[in-house]
Design a protein around this ligand. Structure first.
Ligand SMILES: O=C(NC/C=C/[C@H]1O[C@@H](n2cnc3c(NCCO)ncnc32)[C@H](O)[C@@H]1O)c1cc(-c2ccc(F)cc2)cc(O)c1O
Ligand SMILES: [Mg+2]
Length: 214
């Protein structure tokens, strides 16, 4: 049995990036995905939009749904303010193991908690387990049909507050139609679409930023 794509991505990071240098980790993954093997990281073009939203929110508490290899985890964590903390949920243990090593290579392990398990199981326990009152920022990038049920669960668990910013990847490709309809129609959200492209391709895709109004 050979290696998996996440393992080959991790090796590219360890061979090309400088330990402790998060920019070089991001560049190594983008290089790997552009020149070796495509992988479903948010990528550099949408990543630039992610960076600008994270910088604007400057979250003390952030949540990511779907860690995969940790690419967007590193993008978010490197921009957190002092005292800021990111919890990222990943239910595939092999992906979680790779992500932990990518995050550590970037030197960001102190700001990030990779939590192994399903978002639906973990969201109701985040407050008691991690002492989280509410999230300032949520990045959605896991299975697309779970975006809507998971934000409804976050609402029910009181983990969103007036002003919480949700940023959702892939609202065009692969697409999250039910989520988009909900956040754009609901009186509880103020939504804005950032047009871009599917990572490392010319296909259309974009990010939806939705502010929870309470
Ligand atoms: O499918 C895409 N992403 C899915 C991500 C899944 C990751 O999240 C983890 N995950 C899934 N469900 C849960 C869960 N909760 C659910 C279980 O209870 N709880 C925790 N973690 C979860 C997985 O283990 C993965 O690590 C995608 C596709 C394209 C794409 C576009 C065009 C193409 F042609 C091909 C592909 C582009 C993208 O940017 C994409 O993000
Ligand atoms: Mg994505």
């Amino acid at each position: 049995t050979g290696t998996t794509r996440p393992q080959r991505l991790l090796r590219a990071v360890q061979e090309r990036a400088t330990r402790g240098d998060s920019e070089s980790v991001i560049a190594a993954i983008d290089h790997f995905c552009r020149h070796q093997e495509w992988a479903m990281n948010v990528g550099d073009e949408k990543g630039f939009i992610l960076d600008s939203v994270v910088s604007e929110v400057s979250p003390q508490t952030a949540l990511e749904l779907g860690t995969y290899c940790g690419y967007s985890t590193v993008r978010i964590a490197r921009l957190l303010p002092p005292g800021g903390h990111l919890i990222t949920l990943e239910f595939n243990p092999n992906y979680a193991a790779v992500a932990r090593q990518v995050i550590a290579w970037a030197g960001l392990e102190d700001m990030v908690q990779v939590v192994e398990g399903a978002s639906g199981d973990w969201i109701p326990h985040l407050r008691e387990h991690f002492g989280i009152e509410s999230f300032d920022f949520v990045f959605l990038d896991h299975w697309k049909e779970l975006y809507l049920p998971d934000i409804k669960l976050l609402e029910e668990c009181g983990l969103l507050r007036k002003g919480t910013v949700l940023l959702a990847d892939n609202v065009i490709c692969p697409g999250t139609p039910d989520y988009l309809e909900y956040v754009r129609k609901s009186q509880s959200y103020e939504s804005h679409y950032f047009g871009s492209h599917l990572e490392y391709t010319r296909a259309e895709d974009g990010l939806e930023k939705s502010v929870y109004l309470g």
